[in-house]
Write a protein that binds this ligand. Structure first.
Ligand SMILES: C[S@@+](CC[C@H](N)C(=O)[O-])C[C@H]1O[C@@H](n2cnc3c(N)ncnc32)[C@H](O)[C@@H]1O
Length: 452
């Protein structure tokens, strides 16, 4: 099996420094000390800017291929590394990733991995690392044949998650797994306040960037090939943002109107905050976010787009901390969730997410929904959203909420905008579930509730 696809630089000095930082990032992820995005944000300044693409390729790649690489590594090691040597395990995973998926010459991949043990001041492991990688080179076909019938290797997803996908979505199982393992497409949201989708597509064409219209969101443009945002015309002036098409549906569903008082309750990094303001910049928008460092992302997003909102750093569920008692006309509640619909964008989920997280998240969501609901005006709308594929966080969560709040009624997702065709996703017992698709949107869930 030849999985080597990624063209790589042959400048080994560049790979060397990117690898050291990648070892640190993967080690921290394995030790549950943060997500891939937080770790990369923290550590990418440790490499020169031209090495960042390689650093990302190594880190995203190891996470994306983790179930396979982990099985191979455990098969090769007589004894797993102790926790204090997690950095060596990360080094081994990176070595295996390079040997299996990158165009690094094999001898260089082995040599650099062995050298990395020395840089970690663990010279004792150099012989072991050398022996393990050489054995892999010799026996790659036998090892892959032996492991390929293991579900987590065959589907390259953690076993517990495969079981849940199969239980909840037997018909969509294969396509969910395929779409979750791929590189996601790059989707733009055109700020239609500033420029039409057609005009922006022509602007892209002029600089040689090909794109196609999204089928469901009137503001979505898919790029044929992913590109740096700095290459996008007028990106800094806020003409476009990078946002998945499924996520774009929320502002079209809520359709904010002039003077409405709107709450974006779990707002960072502010993708949907910006979109609500693009639909109408004359709304009175409050964005609440728990994490101060993520709040900064909302600020910079709004600054680029040229919009303002009341930004509050607080727990949305603790009303005493942030609410002034004035009710909202509309609420967007994009709660923290398992992100099982966006594994392809957050592949560290394959390492970090555990079954117990789902229960914990369901409880957190329950508290936020219940408390935020009381800030909605009678007659107002609350749009509940997740990027999860777990019914516990979605339709079951809504079922519980509706059963315990008699003043809450589920309404069709195009109740505010009847002209908005509901041709996306699958209707479930409450709301609509979108599944990740190969060339199109991510997995997402929406349910619209009106207060009597
Ligand atoms: C799914 S993300 C929101 C994405 C965002 N709506 C967007 O479109 O860019 C969930 C956010 O909720 C935040 N969060 C988690 N618990 C929260 C709470 N109790 N109150 C407010 N925000 C919370 C997380 O830090 C995270 O930024």
């Amino acid at each position: 099996m030849n999985n080597k696809q990624t063209p790589q630089t042959d400048d080994l000095s560049i790979q060397h420094s990117a690898r050291q930082v990648a070892i640190q990032v993967i080690t921290n992820i394995l030790l549950q000390q943060g997500s891939l995005s937080t770790q990369l944000a923290r550590h990418q300044q440790d490499v020169a800017s031209e090495h960042i693409p390689l650093l990302k390729e190594l880190c995203f790649g190891v996470c994306r291929q983790y179930p396979k690489l982990n099985s191979i590594a455990l098969h090769l090691l007589a004894h797993p590394f102790e926790e204090k040597d997690t950095d060596l395990y990360a080094t081994l995973l990176l070595g295996l990733y390079q040997l299996t998926y990158m165009n690094t010459p094999d001898h260089a991949a082995v040599h650099e991995t062995v050298e990395a043990c020395r840089l970690l001041k663990k010279d004792w492991a150099t012989k072991l690392m050398n022996a393990v990688l050489r054995r892999y080179q010799r026996e790659v076909d036998e090892i892959e044949a032996e492991l390929e019938s293991t579900p987590s290797v065959e589907y390259n997803q953690p076993k517990w998650l495969l079981k849940r996908f199969l239980k909840h979505w037997p018909e969509q199982f294969e396509s969910i797994v395929d779409a979750s393992n791929m590189h996601p497409p790059m989707c733009l949201r055109v700020n239609q306040h500033r420029v039409s989708r057609e005009t922006y597509q022509s602007k892209l064409e002029e600089v040689g960037i090909k794109s196609t219209f999204g089928e469901f969101s009137p503001s979505a443009l898919y790029l044929k090939n992913a590109t740096r945002v700095s290459e996008l015309p007028d990106f800094e002036s806020g003409f476009v943002s990078v946002q998945d098409e499924a996520a774009q549906l929320s502002a079209h569903i809520l359709s904010p109107k002039k003077s409405e008082k709107i709450l974006d309750a779990c707002a960072a990094p502010g993708g949907k905050t910006g979109h609500l303001l693009e639909v109408s910049d004359e709304i009175d928008l409050t964005a609440v976010e728990l994490e101060p460092w993520r709040m900064e992302k909302i600020e910079s997003n709004l600054e680029r787009l040229g919009y303002n909102a009341h930004l509050v750093c607080a727990d949305a569920g603790e009303l005493d901390a942030w609410w002034d008692g004035e009710h909202f006309d509309k609420i967007l509640l994009d709660v923290p969730c398992s992100a099982t619909g966006v594994i392809r964008r957050n592949p560290d989920i394959k390492i970090n997410r555990k079954p117990a997280d789902i229960e914990e998240l369901v409880a957190i969501q329950k508290t936020i929904i219940k408390n935020v609901w009381s800030t909605l005006k009678p007659g107002g709308f609350m749009l509940y959203a997740t990027c999860s594929l777990m019914p516990e966080e979605n339709e079951q969560q809504m079922s519980h909420f509706l059963a315990t709040h008699e003043e809450a009624t589920e309404v069709p997702l195009n109740s505010i905008t009847p002209e908005f065709a509901l041709e996306w996703g699958t209707e479930v017992s409450h709301g609509r579930q979108l599944f990740p698709t190969l060339e199109s949107h991510d997995g997402f869930y929406y349910c619209l509730i009106q207060k009597a």
